[in-house]
Design a protein around this ligand. Structure first.
Ligand SMILES: Nc1ncnc2c1ncn2[C@@H]1O[C@H](COP(=O)(O)OP(=O)(O)OP(=O)(O)O)[C@@H](O)[C@H]1O
Ligand SMILES: O=C(O)CCCC[C@@H]1SC[C@@H]2NC(=O)N[C@@H]21
Length: 257
């Protein structure tokens, strides 16, 4: 006997993340840059125990002792994000990191544009490289250096800090990595579903120096100012004590700590 209606089982296939694990590479960002043209994956993550030429912002290098921290890069193809709003990618990635780090410690904020701070010290740095084609963001490589179990820093980083220094014990790096990848997927899906206002609001709420006047320095010298906003284009808008608005691109203004 045929019964009607049949119970129809529908399964929604969620795109999966591909994880590539390397013992050593020059830079996980550079590795993905070389491999990006060949991959059509939704999200690819490359993680390394050690980088021989870890890159920071601009000409800076990134210090990380072998096997002590997290060094990884996330490749996505965010064609849905308008090129003029690509700073949303920075915001989403930084928020993902904060969401996980908040479960480990208090005091996590996002220093514009996308450093992760614990109080006044730098816990994580991000190097974002995008490539644009036919008016779309074709590839976004979001590289993260997160200080996890390293307890001494030997290069000239001014204010590094690690989770182990904050918490007083070593952290399970594999668990932390899996937590971060899962939350990255969540924020990327938010971008895919166009939740730009949510991301931008959360980013502003999480900003380092969100409230009050603090010292900054630009090419004209030092001044005190409050953060007004960060635009979707990534520009930082400050208001100084004379009420004058000052707008900056990355590297045009220095936070005096
Ligand atoms: N493991 C690390 N932890 C923290 N900072 C590091 C680490 N390795 C290297 N650094 C470097 O320390 C330097 C200072 O970083 P930061 O972004 O805080 O500078 P800044 O205060 O923004 O100054 P500037 O505006 O001149 O870049 C950078 O070159 C950064 O890449
Ligand atoms: O200067 C900064 O704050 C950015 C640091 C970014 C470091 C990470 S480590 C993983 C990825 N690979 C790199 O070469 N750089 C980024």
């Amino acid at each position: 006997m045929i019964k009607w209606p049949f119970k129809k089982k529908t399964t929604v296939e969620m795109p999966a993340t591909t994880v590539v694990r390397l013992t050593e590479t020059d830079s996980t960002n550079s590795y993905l840059r070389q491999h990006a043209p060949q991959t059509e994956e939704w999200m690819t993550v490359v993680t390394a125990e050690y980088q021989t030429a870890g890159r920071g912002q601009g000409t800076h290098t990134w210090e990380s002792k072998p096997g002590e921290n997290l060094l990884f890069s996330v490749l996505t193809h965010p064609v849905m994000v308008p090129v003029r709003s690509q700073f949303l990618l920075s915001e989403a990635g930084a928020l993902a990191l904060k969401e996980v780090l908040d479960t480990y410690t208090d005091g996590i904020t996002l220093k514009w544009p996308n450093d992760i701070y614990w109080n006044d010290r730098k816990l994580s740095g991000t190097l974002i490289e995008t490539s644009i084609g036919s008016g779309h963001i074709k590839n976004c490589i979001f590289g993260i250096g997160l200080n996890v179990n390293q307890r001494t820093f030997e290069n000239d980083a001014p204010n590094p800090v690690s989770l182990a220094q904050i918490l007083g014990h070593d952290i399970d790096r594999e668990l932390l990595f899996k937590q971060i990848v899962a939350v990255f997927e969540k924020y990327y899906r938010m971008l895919e579903s166009g939740q730009y206002n949510v991301i931008s609001t959360l980013y502003h709420e999480a900003l380092y120096r969100r409230k009050g006047f603090h010292p900054y320095e630009d090419s004209d010298g030092r001044f005190e100012a409050a953060i007004v906003e960060v635009g979707d284009d990534g520009l930082l808008v400050l208001r100084d004590k004379d009420g004058k608005f000052r707008e900056y691109e990355f590297r045009e203004v220095k936070f005096i700590l």
